[in-house]
Design a protein around this ligand. Structure first.
Ligand code: LHQ
Length: 263
């Protein structure tokens, strides 16, 4: 499949996906959803890939749903937004969370509506200082979707979640990092190098261990302590039999850098 709304490349275990409709602030239309879905399926299927970067082109990360798209045109027949979520946003958020490798999001500019919450669905979010997060939904009579009502209270607590959701105000990247909404905020001119370094580190890490780490951490939101301890035991048992564990211990003992095999 050729892509017109995203850029996608992979090299050295690193896949890079760039939302690429800069004139519409990389907002999602159906075609972009189809391309993102296809690219994510390729990442999942390609065992040589060990980390995925998601970012946006131009001055924005993503402004959420394209509000000019036929499916949500004002004045038109009422549309079934649930169908759009079912077809596009729900599978996208779950695909990011379930990918068996770390997903880094470089928030290069404003992330609004579903765009903000798609960023939060990624595992490690690094934002440029000039970037911001806007739960724009309340301005158009909607609720935070794409996992917003799930991620926000878990990341920043109920009081801040409801303030962000109801007021739809711009949260600057520095504050987002202070609140624990994201991993890190860096100077604009340091975003590229910071993220590239992160990608190189993660591409050389024990991928199966990282995949199990995200599974365990995300499952903890639903589990009791006892269930979570059982889950940890099962994952650890599996990982303890892996070549990467053997290599990690061997490298530690020999005081050398490990060479992990990956997925
Ligand atoms: C846009 C958009 C956009 C189209 C900027 N669409 N053109 C909804 C419904 C269906 C199913 C499921 O889920 C959802 C989820 C959602 O995501 S709902 C929330 C949708 N997003 C928004 O409400 C955000 C709308 N955008 C904005 O509030 C502003 O554009 C932000 C704050 C992101 C950026 O503001 P500025 O930096 O001042 O840029 P701008 O507003 O001038 O935008 C630049 C251009 O991009 C402009 O076009 P123009 O032709 O005038 O240059 C905008 O119309 C266009 N654009 N967002 N979502």
């Amino acid at each position: 499949m050729g892509y017109e709304n995203i850029l996608f490349e992979s090299e050295g275990g690193i896949a890079r996906m760039t939302l690429n409709r800069p004139e519409r602030l990389n907002s999602f239309n159906d075609a972009m959803h189809t391309e993102v879905r296809d690219a994510l399926a390729r990442v999942k299927a390609d065992a040589s890939l060990r980390v995925l970067l998601l970012t946006g082109s131009g001055r924005a990360f993503c402004a959420g749903q394209d509000l000019g798209d036929r499916a949500v045109a004002p004045g038109a027949e009422p549309v079934d937004l649930g169908a759009s979520i079912e077809r596009n946003y729900r599978p996208l958020v779950l695909a990011l969370r379930h990918l068996p490798l770390p997903v880094v999001c470089a928030v290069n500019g404003v992330a609004a509506g579903a765009g903000a919450n798609i960023a939060l669905a990624c595992d490690i979010v690094v934002a440029a200082k000039s970037a911001s997060f806007i739960q724009a939904f309340s301005k158009i009579g909607l609720i935070p979707d794409s996992g917003g009502t799930y991620f926000l209270p878990r990341l920043v607590g109920s009081a801040r979640a409801i303030g962000l959701a109801m007021l739809g105000e711009r949260l600057i990247a520095e504050q987002a990092a202070e609140w624990g909404l994201i991993w890190q905020c860096v100077e604009d001119n340091e975003l590229h190098e910071t993220v590239e370094k992160l990608l190189r580190t993660l591409a050389g890490a024990p991928t199966a261990g990282l995949a199990a780490t995200k599974r365990a951490l995300y499952a903890s939101a639903e589990n009791s302590l006892a269930t979570q301890l059982d889950f940890e035991r099962d994952l650890q048992r599996e990982l303890g039999r892996s070549a990467d564990y053997q290599e990690g211990v061997a490298a530690f003992t020999a005081k050398r850098a490990p060479r992990f095999a990956g997925r």
